[in-house]
Design a protein around this ligand. Structure first.
Ligand SMILES: [Zn+2]
Length: 265
């Protein structure tokens, strides 16, 4: 049996599937936060002024005003999330998980899985979701959708959104500073999912996770090591990179999520 057939069989036989999706997956869906291509051209007001050349650089930077900040954020969110269309490979993933008991843990923050039609109660955005916003005061005043604010900015009539509790400016729900509050409810749902399926046949399917989101690498491998019925499929790791303990319960394909999903079609 070749590796792709084995992946299919493992997924078919699984009682539950956990997908971990990282930066490589976001690239597949059009958001390459580390690419310099086109950045200066698309953001001529921001790039020279703040010496930033990628989306990741620019998200790290504190701009001079909230208005400038929201104007920039809105352009990003509109382009990469509001106008997002799922790729054929994302559609393949939707088909693969149809009718399955699944959970998705992702660091992609672009709202891709929700837009592709996955159940939002089965998604944990570990790095937040930039179509949502949180209070910038440093206090946890919850998180709400920023889509209306983004649309207003794009239409040229935007105003900096304010917190309903304390009137501080709102910021993206992402780990941009030390007071990022992860989505506690989604985190709890994910933990319950793990607990409920400890004794089940679970496949962890790693798609595009790299060292920019270590939370989705080693802890997941450790879980699979811990539970004897669990298996690990890594799109991005080679067989040699899998720990010895997983050699019989792990597949390291080393082809990336795009190619893996293309072959799974
Ligand atoms: Zn507040």
């Amino acid at each position: 049996m070749n590796q792709i057939e084995e992946v299919k069989k493992w997924l078919d036989d699984a009682d539950a599937v956990i997908v971990t999706a990282g930066n490589g997956f976001a690239q597949m869906e059009g958001l390459d936060m580390l690419s310099e291509e086109g950045f200066e051209y698309n953001y001529p007001q921001i790039s020279p002024k703040y010496h930033v050349h990628t989306i990741a650089d620019a998200l790290d930077k504190k701009f001079d005003s909230w208005d400038e900040q929201w104007d920039f954020w809105s352009k990003l969110i509109k382009q990469y999330s509001l106008d997002y269309e799922p790729s054929p490979e994302m559609q393949t993933l939707v088909d693969l998980l149809q009718g399955k008991n699944y959970f998705i843990a992702t660091s992609t923050y672009g709202h891709f899985f929700e837009k592709a039609g996955f159940d939002e109660n089965r998604i944990f955005n570990v790095f937040g979701d930039w179509t949502r916003m949180q209070c910038s005061s440093g206090l946890n005043h919850g998180q709400v959708s920023d889509v209306k604010a983004v649309q207003d900015y794009v239409a040229g009539c935007g105003q900096v959104p304010k917190c309903e509790d304390c009137n501080s400016e709102m910021e993206l729900h992402m780990p941009l500073n030390e007071h990022f509050f992860p989505d506690g409810d989604a985190n709890t749902r994910f933990r319950w999912f793990l607990t409920r399926n400890e004794d089940q046949k679970v496949v962890v399917l790693e798609l595009g996770v790299d060292l920019t989101s270590p939370q989705l690498l080693e802890p997941m491998v450790k879980l699979v090591e811990q539970f004897g019925n669990w298996k690990y499929i890594a799109a991005d790791l080679s067989r040699d990179e899998l720990p010895d303990s997983l050699k019989n319960r792990g597949l390291g394909l080393n082809i990336g999520s795009k190619e893996l999903l293309e072959k799974m079609k």
